[in-house]
Design a protein around this ligand. Structure first.
Ligand code: FEO
Ligand code: CA
Ligand code: CA
Length: 707
């Protein structure tokens, strides 16, 4: 492949780069902090730029929901004993779960399934040797697998984009090039050898991106705004069975597109045009410039991509006074006058005193049609406003569209949307036009999970979807439909949902019909509020460095994967649930891998994104490993004799988290977005240089396949 400087890197640079001593001039940026953040291995820069130091602020959720059991720690000890006794037989302790078929799971529409399995070298069935925990500055895959970088920060996206020059970057150039910190990965197939790659660009890390002294603060902000958003990029492979994908120069580049922090969006749904969405620049309340902090997402059965606006609060601030009318709402979303990004100094719309409604225009699920490059993307108010990780769709037997969503904040909630209208199969223009309206009308719910007690030795119970509103009727006392949708967190607080340990990606498994949620961690669990059966861990074993002893830390540091079985299908009112994984080092007593023998699983910490291959295996990417390794991607069977067998498929370079993942093309291709490689250093003092094409690291998207 060719990189942004026009050269073709040696294959070792992208397949297996070992740490390379940086040779760039060493100048410290004025903002340089000591490496190592306040939250485990997470660098201070990740904390600051990605989520605005959310863990250093009080939790925005001060509601008193669901303080059920204060005896969980003792119960964990008991469950550990039971779990140990049941190791290998844990799959039998299934409570109310159906164990196999999609029919038992409520009949997931096969139309939403990924491409069917084909014989050959599939990652779904291949018995690879798991990648050992490591701290390499490399994307490391199992023996026998190969990889290449498809696109990285600065690569041209829009035809005619200027060549990237890190010393002469401009907002105009950034708006045409692959943005920073790729997160969600979607792939829309156009033929057996051609596709569109759709990526989110979640946030910028100015310390790593910009050489010190080359740009003013104003220039940095303007370039950073354009480096956010999304990319649509034509890609291709040489043959219909190859795993090697590259950027395409075919006529499909007509679809190539950058969506930035200034791209016009249409607002739809019940809150569109509401007074609370109007600003001086947009008196209609229906046209917003840009999308920010786009984290995970989902590709819909009708071929569009959904993307979650997550930690949007950090972009707003003011030197003035926050209007009293907005204070309660701001507080619940963590919006405050202080903003280290300082964007309000460049743009009035990010100044809370000048444009107090502008934050109400972020925090939504957005929908982009990669096949309609001239069509403005849409912000869907019907799916509520919170720190959206993403949204993933299931089609119910009655053809209603169901979206599952997580609000990624300590102690916040799981959500579900059900459409009013029904899905039309078919790829004709009329069907697509119809389906693109499905997220505009429907009903929004929040989840309450109730444990059935620890006597059974399993973290499990039942769940209920609590209606917040439909597009015409509010179910929340004292709040209109628009208020429920704009202040979804405040609305949910009134309805008694369960406070969860940072719900990230939530996705239905198209093979078994169950829904899987990554609950990444919660340092406050057990201190700010008690544990419950769905969020049981208040004391975790962590490791400060590779090979170091495990030590105890307060709270849930390693996260869970929650498995939910809808009762009556995806549109039913209830579900049964259990924790599939309690993550961490298998040597830690609190860990649990669906009962699979602990000596046969890979350590896993901080699950973030989930995906499925065509056989229904769960794939989990992680963010923020606190057990002495880089992050990675793991394969986990969820049915059959190997249910719970966690195996590390790859590890990301130093400083990076693993995003995506996505398994495509008959389980032959694994897509991974390598986000924030080298984070924790600076441009002058990088701690990593992946993908080893330049003297600075570059976030990028890679594919992995069996050689
Ligand atoms: Fe952007 Fe919740 O991770
Ligand atoms: Ca139980
Ligand atoms: Ca994420």
């Amino acid at each position: 492949m060719t990189h942004l400087d026009g050269t073709t890197p040696p294959s070792s640079a992208v397949t297996d780069g070992e740490p390379t001593a940086p040779t760039a001039p060493r100048r410290l940026l004025p903002l340089l902090r000591t490496q190592g953040g306040p939250h485990g291995n997470r660098s201070w820069a990740t904390c600051l730029y990605r989520c605005g130091n959310a863990c250093d602020h009080p939790e925005p959720n001060t509601s008193g929901n669901e303080h059920v059991q204060d005896v969980i720690r003792a119960a964990i000890a008991r469950r550990t004993v039971l779990g140990g006794a049941a190791a290998g037989a844990g799959a039998m302790v299934l409570g109310g779960f159906a164990t196999t078929s999609a029919a038992a799971a409520g009949g997931y529409d096969a139309g939403a399934s990924p491409a069917g399995a084909v014989p050959g070298k599939q990652v779904s069935t291949d018995p690879f040797t798991p990648v050992a925990p490591n701290r390499r500055d490399a994307l490391t895959v199992p023996a026998g697998y190969r990889l290449n970088v498809v696109a990285a920060w600065g690569d041209p996206v829009v035809p005619g984009a200027p060549a990237f020059d890190v010393y002469r970057q401009t907002p105009e150039a950034a708006a045409q090039q692959f943005g920073y910190n790729n997160d969600y990965v979607g792939v829309i197939s156009l033929s057996t050898t051609k596709a569109l790659l759709v990526c989110n660009h979640e946030y910028t890390n100015e310390e790593v991106m910009f050489p010190a002294g080359e740009y003013t603060a104003e220039e940095i902000r303007r370039i950073a705004l354009m480096s956010h958003g999304m990319s649509v990029l034509a890609v291709e492979r040489p043959t219909a069975t190859a795993g090697h994908w590259v950027r395409s120069a075919s006529s499909n580049v007509r679809y190539n597109r950058r969506i930035t922090g200034e791209t016009p969006f249409v607002v739809d749904g019940p809150a569109a045009g509401h007074d609370r969405l109007k600003t001086s620049a947009d008196p209609t309340g229906k046209r917003v410039l840009g999308t920010l902090n786009n984290c995970a997402g989902g590709t819909t059965p009708w071929g569009t991509v959904l993307s979650g606006e997550e930690n949007f609060n950090q972009y707003f601030g003011t030197a003035g006074a926050i209007p009293a009318t907005h204070a309660a709402s701001y507080r619940r979303y963590g919006i405050s006058a202080s903003s280290e990004r300082g964007w309000y100094q460049t743009w009035d719309r990010f100044d809370l005193a000048k444009e107090p409604n502008e934050p109400n225009r972020f925090g939504w699920i957005v929908e982009v049609d990669p096949l309609a490059p001239d069509e403005p993307p849409v912000k869907h108010t019907m799916l509520g406003r919170f720190k959206h990780e993403g949204a993933n769709i299931a089609i119910a037997p009655n053809k209603k569209v169901v979206a599952y969503m997580g609000d990624d904040e300590r102690g916040d909630y799981l959500y579900r949307f059900i459409s009013t209208d029904t899905y039309r199969s078919g790829t004709d223009a009329a069907s697509r036009r119809h389906n693109k309206q499905l997220l505009s009308k429907g009903a929004l719910y929040v989840a309450r999970l109730t444990g059935d007690g620890l006597e059974d030795g399993v973290w499990d119970g039942t769940g209920q979807w609590i209606l917040l509103c439909t597009d015409t009727v509010s179910n929340v006392p004292g709040m209109s439909v628009a208020d429920v949708l704009i202040d979804t967190r405040l609305a949910a607080d009134k309805m008694g949902p369960t406070r969860m340990d940072r719900p990230e990606d939530v996705e239905p498994n198209p093979v078994n019909g169950r829904v899987y949620a990554a609950l990444t961690n919660n340092s406050n669990r057990g201190s700010s509020y008690p544990a419950d059966e769905a969020n049981p861990v208040t004391r975790s074993m962590v490791r400060s460095a590779p090979g170091a002893e495990l030590t105890a830390a307060s709270g849930n540091r390693n996260g869970y994967v929650l498995e939910m079985q809808p009762v009556g299908g995806h549109t039913g009112g209830t579900f049964v649930w259990r924790l599939l994984l309690v993550c961490g080092d298998p040597a830690a007593p609190e860990t649990y891998f669906a009962g699979y023998p602990k000596d046969k699983v890979s350590p896993i910490s901080c699950p973030d994104n989930v995906a499925f291959d065509s056989r229904g295996n769960l794939w989990v990417s992680t963010d923020g490993n606190v057990i002495g390794s880089n992050d990675g991607i793991f394969r986990v069977p969820v049915d059959g004799p190997h249910r719970g067998k966690v195996e590390s498929f790859l590890t990301t370079p130093i400083g990076a988290e693993a995003c995506g993942p996505l398994i495509t093309h008959g389980d032959r291709t694994v897509w991974v977005a390598v986000q924030h490689p080298g984070e924790g250093g600076t441009f002058a003092e990088p701690i990593g240089l992946w993908p080893h094409t330049h003297r600075y690291p570059r976030p990028g998207v890679a594919v992995v396949w069996k050689a």
